[in-house]
Design a protein around this ligand. Structure first.
Ligand code: C5P
Length: 295
């Protein structure tokens, strides 16, 4: 039996480049794991089956059949590659779904890591990242988590070290956003929707310079998604009015996160957002967390 934590991420920088021949966009992302995780436990079964048991402490359910679930697809991929027996997977789903926080990708990565341990395969990080890339662009990053620059279609991972444990407040509205929709409708005009200076962002992070970092916090998918779902923009405004140093949308949305210098400010902002959302979107979740270093 192995038990693993599958961490969620936020994107303080999300730069999108041109569409490639394979239909994906060239991207340059800053990924940062936060201390919010699903718990995955796995054991070998005597037959070939991959079984998934789920638990939803915050409510909800998967709206896809098990075969399409990234955790199950990761287990099947490992089975096919290494001729393994079946597994029973128990998934406690704490990360909000369709949130722009890589919850499904984190589960897939945890299953790859878990099967590597369970079957004593001794795979390197690079081998596990390559397997992850077959399942989704964010999965390679989730193999280790931490803070990283991700390029290509997101699958090329360069880990960044010694990241400050800045406090993070997350709001997940009750609705979801389709990632393909967000990419397809992106505002492509560079003047209207410029990207961030990634080098400056990384330098600011490594210098623990929150002010300089905030200048570069930008998500090129955000303008179109916020145009479609104005509540996201209202949550960003409310979070900044309530004390966040800076707030923005993560990934393809709809989640919003903000950075805070101290715990008291974060708690007060969380309470203000709970009040704001009670009328606007009672199904939304407000979660206090922080950046996490790599394993
Ligand atoms: O790789 P993943 O399955 O997570 O991507 C979901 C969708 O997001 C893709 O099918 C594509 O529409 C879009 N995408 C993209 N460029 C990327 C990553 C994702 O266009 N770099």
């Amino acid at each position: 039996m192995v038990e693993l934590k599958a961490y969620a991420k936020v994107n303080p920088v999300l730069n999108v480049g041109p569409v490639r021949e394979d239909g994906y966009h060239e991207v340059s992302l800053l990924m940062a794991s936060v201390d919010l995780y699903d718990v995955i436990s796995m054991e070998k079964s005597l037959d070939e089956k991959v079984q998934l048991e789920t638990e939803f402490p915050y409510g909800g359910s998967f709206d896809i059949p098990d075969e399409k679930n990234l955790a199950v697809r990761a287990a099947r991929l490992m089975q096919q590659h290494y001729g393994l027996s079946g597994v029973r997977i128990h998934l406690q789903k704490n990360i909000p779904m369709a949130a722009g926080m890589a919850g499904g990708s984190a589960d897939a990565a945890a299953v790859i890591n878990g099967m590597d341990r369970l079957f004593e395969l001794g795979l390197s990080v690079e081998e596990r990242r390559s397997l992850g890339a077959m399942l989704g662009s964010d999965v390679p990053f989730c193999i280790t988590g931490g803070t990283a620059l991700c390029t290509g279609r997101g699958e090329k991972v360069t880990l960044l070290k010694d990241i400050p444990a800045w406090l993070v407040l997350v709001v997940k509205p009750s609705f979801g956003v389709s990632t393909p929709w967000a990419y397809q409708h992106m505002v492509t005009d560079e003047t209207e929707n410029p990207g961030a200076d990634m080098e400056a962002a990384i330098k600011a992070l490594q210098d623990n310079d929150l002010c300089a970092f905030m200048d570069q916090m930008k998500n090129q998918l955000a303008p179109a998604v916020i145009g479609q779902y104005p509540l996201i923009g209202e949550i960003i405004g409310e979070m900044e009015r309530s004390g966040a140093e800076k707030a923005m949308m993560t990934g393809s949305g709809p989640s919003v996160f903000g950075l805070f210098k101290d715990e008291k400010d974060l708690t007060e902002a969380a309470e203000a957002l709970e009040r704001f959302l009670a009328e606007r979107d009672p199904g939304a979740r407000v979660i206090g967390t922080k950046f996490l270093p790599a394993d």
